[in-house]
Design a protein around this ligand. Structure first.
Ligand code: SAM
Length: 243
């Protein structure tokens, strides 16, 4: 009698836990972390949240982090030639959220050095070693002529002059050229470096790291970008094998 009563109590306890779990999940108070992983040579692709990913790594695990977080500006800067911001037309994108303090803490914990694209949008320490990407765009064009990266290195500032790819060839709205990543790796990478990219996007950085012979862990939270980027990586690999 005693044991069947205990069994009933146990059952009720588990049912209550399950109901509570479902309620918390429905209110987004519990986030289930699903990590999908793919491996191609020295490149590990993770379809997951970057903070959850970094939490699994020890201090200084990566020699260099090259990251390109969302700036959280949506389409605020649609002003084009007039330079006027059109706040009424701000397009909120799910992925266009500025990283939290927790993100920066984890990034600086797991990596020895960092290169942060769009560093001018974030509250980062002063640095003399920033990189200007000169997109070689003519002045009357309605796109930004340059982008800035913050770096943790104690070196001289550099300018990389490289045209931005034509929009037609883009599979991601903020896709950076493979050549840009290769150039950055040639300037700041060293043989045997283990690299981290927390915001994969189109995975052009993965192609660059593969070409330059670096091991890379790269995260992307959006499953469509992840699938498209991985597919593009495989296409690139199959094409390079032909030659
Ligand atoms: C500015 S884009 C990166 C573009 C990339 N550098 C390229 O060349 O294609 C930022 C990317 O980070 C992804 N992202 C945003 N929040 C994330 C998170 N918490 N964890 C992993 N990826 C995230 C977005 O889905 C988006 O694809």
């Amino acid at each position: 009698m005693q044991s069947s009563h205990c069994k009933l109590c146990n059952r009720l306890f588990y049912i209550q836990c399950y109901v509570l779990y479902r309620r918390l999940k429905a209110q987004n108070l519990i986030k289930m972390t699903e990590v999908k992983k793919e491996k191609r040579g020295g490149i590990n692709f993770f379809n997951c949240d970057n903070i959850e990913f970094m939490k699994t790594k020890p201090d200084n695990y990566y020699d260099l982090a090259i990251v390109d977080p969302p700036y959280g500006i949506g389409d605020k800067f649609k002003g084009g030639k007039t330079g006027k911001m059109n706040f009424n037309e701000v397009v909120e994108k799910d992925w266009d959220k500025v990283p939290s303090k927790e993100y920066w803490n984890e990034l600086f914990r797991v990596s020895k050095n960092q290169i942060v694209w769009g560093g001018n949008y974030f509250d980062l320490p002063p640095t003399r070693c920033f990189i200007v990407w000169d997109k070689k765009i003519s002045e009357d064009f309605t796109l930004a002529m340059a982008e800035l990266a913050w770096t943790s290195f104690d070196k001289l500032a550099k300018i990389i002059r490289l045209p931005t790819p034509k929009t037609g060839g883009k599979r991601h709205p903020t896709q950076k050229p493979i050549k840009l990543y290769r150039k950055v790796l040639s300037m700041y990478g060293e043989k045997g470096f283990k690299i981290l990219d927390t915001h994969g996007g189109s995975f052009t950085n993965a192609i660059a790291c593969d070409e330059e012979g670096y091991d890379l862990d790269i995260c992307e939270i959006d499953s469509k970008y992840f699938k498209d980027g991985l597919n593009a990586f495989d296409v690139y690999k199959s094409q390079t094998k032909l030659f």
